[in-house]
Design a protein around this ligand. Structure first.
Ligand SMILES: [Zn+2]
Length: 166
């Protein structure tokens, strides 16, 4: 097979993902290891990559949550998941990931994940559903994030409770 030169050039995330698919990427998954809390204001996520030949790569990344708002914490979790995916793709392809502009985390996830995702209504600013635990109204960001991460709508506080009670 082709050998990867040690000075491989940096690729944008999309190109890195495409490269990985060319090299036999079968599965790319992330999981949240730590949700930001008052005690430890950072998110930790791991990414697992499985190749066609059965080899498994796993990387862990953390991102600090600069404030205690649920929005910021959710973003930190998304950021950590993306960073972990970049690292695992870097390890797999031998290319560095070059980040420019906002990261295409959601698109990349739906590109690769073979699991069926709920049909997503795009550009809907206000969700109809409230938090399924406590009934608090949700921002679209929380709604979108929690249904993806937890498979049900949850407010920031209930996301933290759910994440830490596992
Ligand atoms: Zn709630």
């Amino acid at each position: 097979m082709q050998s990867v030169p040690s000075q491989a050039k940096a690729l944008p995330y999309d190109a890195l993902l495409k490269k990985a698919k060319d090299l036999g990427l079968r599965r790319l998954e992330t999981s949240v290891l730590r949700f930001p809390s008052g005690r430890a204001a950072y998110a930790v996520c791991s990414a697992t990559l499985e190749a066609d030949d059965g080899s498994i790569y796993r990387e862990v990344a953390s991102v600090p949550a600069v404030s205690s708002s649920g929005e910021t914490q959710s973003r930190a979790v998304e950021g950590a998941c993306l960073k972990a995916k970049e690292r695992v793709l870097e390890a797999f392809t031998g290319h560095r990931c070059k980040l420019d502009g906002p990261a295409p985390a959601q698109r990349a996830m739906s590109d690769v994940a073979p699991v069926p995702t709920q049909p997503r209504k795009t550009l809907e600013p206000v969700p109809n559903e409230a938090c399924s635990e406590c009934g608090a109204p949700l921002t679209y960001g929380h709604y979108e994030f929690s249904t993806r991460m937890f498979r049900r709508p949850l407010c920031a506080a209930c996301q933290i409770n759910t994440a830490t009670s596992r």
